[in-house]
Design a binder for this molecule. Structure first.
Ligand code: GLU
Length: 284
């Protein structure tokens, strides 16, 4: 078993992160496996070296050890480019110049029929920039690129997909269809204008590169897993087992957010809490 914790260094780790990291660590240790770390720093406007340093410090304080040097997504650009190049060469990507506002306007237009659909990647793209035929030109630089979901599904020639989930109390197979992908997910962004990659592309490439066998993360990413499975199929990568755990909430039942400094591990530390207190507080 190889598990990982993959925080974004965009703020302090809070109790929700502590739970995720402790669970992934404990599951690997209990199975005699490995626990790895990955710094998801593709958001250059928000990622800061001081937050990365704080992550190592908080995790060490919690008593966690990792079995290889952490990888950082900003060091992985060549791997992301190769994958984009391969999808582009197969005619599965297209450049998109739409702004968020364009997408909202197009998706809400009366001729679209029905209400706009929100999927795990936000508003399902109405297809404004989608070409009718693959584009023959070389992979463009500095353009946002979308996956042509219809073309991707035709390429995979399969109606049904699934992944194994162990986070809901037992081992379950989670099936989903090509139709679900078309209507609830659509043409997702795989490369951003300012970064040759996106969360979905990097996460599947990095999990495969780190040999992750069990992805342990919050329930909020459960639906996004369908995107990850489709990308694994397109890029010929293995699909790990997924364990989506419950989310840690505050006393009002609200999910903790990055800016929830009050529940930052650093704050608990400063107030004299012990790692055992943190474990207890998250129900471990
Ligand atoms: N970097 C993501 C986060 O901090 C986690 C992604 C994942 O575990 O797949 O929310």
């Amino acid at each position: 078993m190889i598990t990982r914790f993959a925080p974004s260094p965009t703020g302090p780790l809070h109790l929700g992160h502590a739970y995720s990291a402790l669970l992934a660590h404990d599951m690997a240790r209990a199975a005699g496996g490995s626990f790895l770390l990955r710094i998801e720093d593709i958001d250059s406007t928000r990622a800061r070296p001081e937050w990365e340093a704080q992550i190592y410090d908080d995790l060490s304080w919690l008593g966690l050890t990792w079995d290889a040097p952490p990888i950082r997504q900003t060091d992985r650009l060549p791997a992301y480019r190769d994958a984009l190049q391969s999808l582009w060469a197969r005619g599965l990507l297209y450049p998109c110049a739409c702004t968020r506002r364009d997408i909202t306007a197009a998706a809400s237009a009366p001729q679209e029929g029905g209400a706009p659909v929100y999927g795990p990647d936000g508003l399902v793209y109405p297809g404004t920039c989608r070409p009718d035929a693959p584009i023959g030109a070389p992979l463009p630089d500095g353009a946002a690129l979308r996956l042509n979901m219809g073309a991707a599904l035709a390429n995979l020639a399969s109606d049904g997909f699934s992944f194994v989930e162990t986070g809901q109390g037992g081992t379950e197979n989670i099936p989903f269809t090509a139709q679900d992908l078309q209507t609830q997910i659509g043409d997702i962004v795989l490369s951003r204008r300012d970064f040759p990659g996106s969360y979905h592309l990097s996460v599947v490439l990095d999990d495969a590169a780190q040999g992750i066998t069990h992805v342990i993360r919050g329930k909020d990413l459960f639906e996004a897993t369908k995107i990850h499975v489709i990308l694994q199929r397109l890029l010929d990568l293995p699909t790990p087992v997924y364990h989506h755990h419950r989310l840690i909430r505050d006393e009002h039942g609200k999910r903790l957010a990055k800016r929830d400094d009050a529940r930052a591990i650093a704050k608990y530390r400063a107030d004299g809490a012990t790692p055992e207190d943190i474990r207890r507080r998250v129900g471990l």
